[in-house]
Design a protein around this ligand. Structure first.
Ligand code: THU
Length: 142
């Protein structure tokens, strides 16, 4: 069975419920949708040494790559908010580091995934290439 925009958003929302975010209280979930229908999710993981925090998108990409996943990334959903109010605020857009991490995953499958950033009354739908123009990728090292 394949994913849809809405099922990817639902997967990201479920992932946000598993966030470890005791310091910010801001729970983020990300879902990666691949061409073969697979979905891999991640949630943010904070640390008492604040700067070590891992964002949801980075965790999702780390999970995918460390499971030898090399599929074609076609869609990404990101949602976040205070515990109990995930998705209630403005759309959550991937931070700069996460854009780069998503870019690496996309480069492996030679894709330009659609990124859905979910907010309460607004969903931003953007190509990753629009979020990360003139990106640095593996081809630069070839
Ligand atoms: N966060 C993410 O998980 N993804 C983003 O793209 C932006 C921020 C997390 C990091 C931190 O745990 C919390 O949101 C507040 O910054």
């Amino acid at each position: 069975m394949s994913w849809t925009r809405d099922s990817l958003i639902a997967a990201a929302r479920d992932a946000a419920d598993k966030a470890y975010a005791p310091y910010s209280g801001f729970h983020v979930g990300a879902a990666l949708g691949f061409a073969d229908g697979s979905v891999i999710t991640g949630a943010n993981v904070e640390n008492a040494s604040y700067g070590l925090t891992l964002c949801a998108e980075t965790v999702a990409v780390g999970k995918a790559l460390s499971e030898q996943w090399r599929g074609k990334l076609e869609g990404v959903a990101v949602i976040g908010g205070k515990a109990g109010a995930v998705g209630a605020g403005n759309p959550v857009t991937p931070c700069g580091r996460c854009r780069q991490m998503l870019g690496e995953m996309a480069a492996l499958g030679d894709s330009d995934p659609t990124v859905w950033c979910i907010g309460e009354s607004e969903v931003l739908e953007l190509a990753l290439s629009a979020l990360l123009p003139h990106s640095f990728g593996p081809e630069a090292l070839a």
